[in-house]
Design a protein around this ligand. Structure first.
Ligand SMILES: Cc1cc2nc3c(=O)[nH]c(=O)nc-3n(C[C@H](O)[C@H](O)[C@H](O)COP(=O)(O)O)c2cc1C
Length: 228
């Protein structure tokens, strides 16, 4: 009888241990599932959003300016007929009806991709401000300003920084967009926020260069979310 009681107790202990173990594993499984979904939400928003937006949307009744820098030579998937970033800029123009301004450097970059990467890296190391050929736009009448460029070494090309130094976009909705070969928006939202602490930097869009020509649908969906 005593033996039976001992065996019964041992069975109960084993069952309890299995149940507790399963519960612990389950809870930690839930936690890791939860944390991975939080991670993925966070990575979606930090990957594609620019962060500190107040309204999250543009001024619907305001005027829109689309500023871009783009090349057809010295491009990863080039030479091109139309630069990747220009394609995206034109899609933005079509839907928003905004005005376009192209940043044209005084000194063009080399026509080969490799040589361009070297010049661009040197400019970044030197914190250079290459001169812009065309007159800067008067931005005072615009409420929503898109700033687009290829990602160069994770950043806006330095000639875009020349543009940013030359205009004041504080108080406006400012929206980054890029084309790239894997870096997404790179550091462009942070650059805009640093440059214009009083701007409302909205959710940006990064398009892979080789997808730029077919990106109108994605661009339109992004613009709709921005309030266009
Ligand atoms: C100098 C240079 C640096 C680049 N650096 C990056 C980079 O850091 N990350 C990335 O994803 N693509 C990089 N790329 C690829 C370009 O962002 C991509 O080809 C872009 O679509 C070119 O756009 P465009 O035709 O408007 O000039 C680089 C290209 C060049 C020429």
């Amino acid at each position: 009888m005593r033996k039976k009681v001992v065996i019964f107790a041992a069975v109960i202990v084993v069952i309890a241990a299995v149940l507790i173990g399963w519960d612990i594993a389950n809870r930690s499984g839930n936690r890791s599932a939860q944390s991975s979904s939080q991670t993925s939400v966070a990575s979606v928003s930090s990957g594609s959003a620019s962060g500190s937006s107040k309204s999250g949307q543009v001024d619907k009744n305001g005027k829109t300016l689309i500023v871009y820098f783009s090349r057809t030579n010295g491009v990863y998937n080039g030479p091109l007929k139309i630069g990747n970033t220009k394609r995206v800029a034109d899609f933005i123009q079509r839907k928003t009806g905004g005005d376009e301004y192209e940043i044209v450097p005084v000194k063009d970059y080399p026509s080969s991709y490799e040589a361009t990467t070297r010049v661009a890296q040197q400019e970044q190391n030197d914190n250079a401000r290459p001169k812009i050929k065309n007159k800067l736009p008067d931005v005072s009448g615009y409420d929503n300003v898109f700033v687009g460029a290829p990602v160069w070494w994770g950043e806006y090309p330095m000639v875009v920084r020349t543009f940013l130094d030359g205009v004041n976009l504080n108080g406006k909705h400012v929206i980054p967009f890029t084309t790239h070969e894997g870096s997404g928006l790179g550091n462009t939202p942070e650059t805009l926020r640093r440059q214009y602490p009083k701007a409302d930097v909205l959710r940006g869009l990064g398009v892979r260069g080789s997808d730029a020509a077919n990106s109108q649908g994605a661009v339109d969906r992004w613009l709709t979310r921005l309030g266009y």
